[in-house]
Write a protein that binds this ligand. Sequence first.
Ligand SMILES: [Zn+2]
Length: 266
Amino acid sequence: MRIDAHVHYSTEEGYVDRLVEEERRLGFDRVCLNGAVWSEHRDANDEVARARERYPDVIVGFGYFPLGEWGVETVRELREQGFQGLKFIRPPARYDDKVFYPVYEAAEELGMVCLFHLGIVARTPQDREHDVNNERHRPIYLDTIARSFPSLKIVGAHLGNPWYDEAGMACRWNPNLYFDLSGSSLKKRPPEFFKLILWWTETGQYRDPEGRHAWEKIVFGSDVGIEQIEDVMNDYQRTMEAIGLRQELQQAVLGNTMAKLLGLAG
Ligand SMILES: [Zn+2]
């Protein structure tokens, strides 16, 4: 199964129809569409819910969830509406601040996959108003959360760019922590770079606690406009081919791992 785990809702005319058409053309079975509108600080969760009703076999809903503004009851409401995941970005404190723990606890209990923006966010004119602080997006804070909520399914975006080393080691030590490679990294970094960050295998002295290969913890996410999804897919495949990743692992990255996280047949 192929899954695009990281797609933002867009208010463009006919967006959902065109998105589904393009993802199908590229061979994707499911699209995790989140309600965080591109570069805006507003939620489009209702629009995502409608997209799900329109394409129930394709669209997997991820609710935009502004930490610090909404409470646990909203996590439950989103789950009841059929959302299978949550998307976090621009928190008012570090991601591992204890004030957010009830949200993570509810998501863990409800089996919702949590997609966290990591690293530097795009700059907008509202950054001062929203007190944007990229330090709060460091991957090491997902390490704290992963240890505190061992059943919470966590996906960190962009391999933590620019905190790749932190992301890599947090990935190795936490069985419930996964990453996508969306963003500029696949363009600016050579394949060898990813081999250095995601270095462990099923064998050898230094393994992850479950003996999984590093790339079993990586998922495909495009995080771009419709026109660039194919390009991101090509970047993933080019990188995986260049480092000689075996087919089974490439298929895991392109969807089978995310299918397991979402409880879909892999
Ligand atoms: Zn995103």
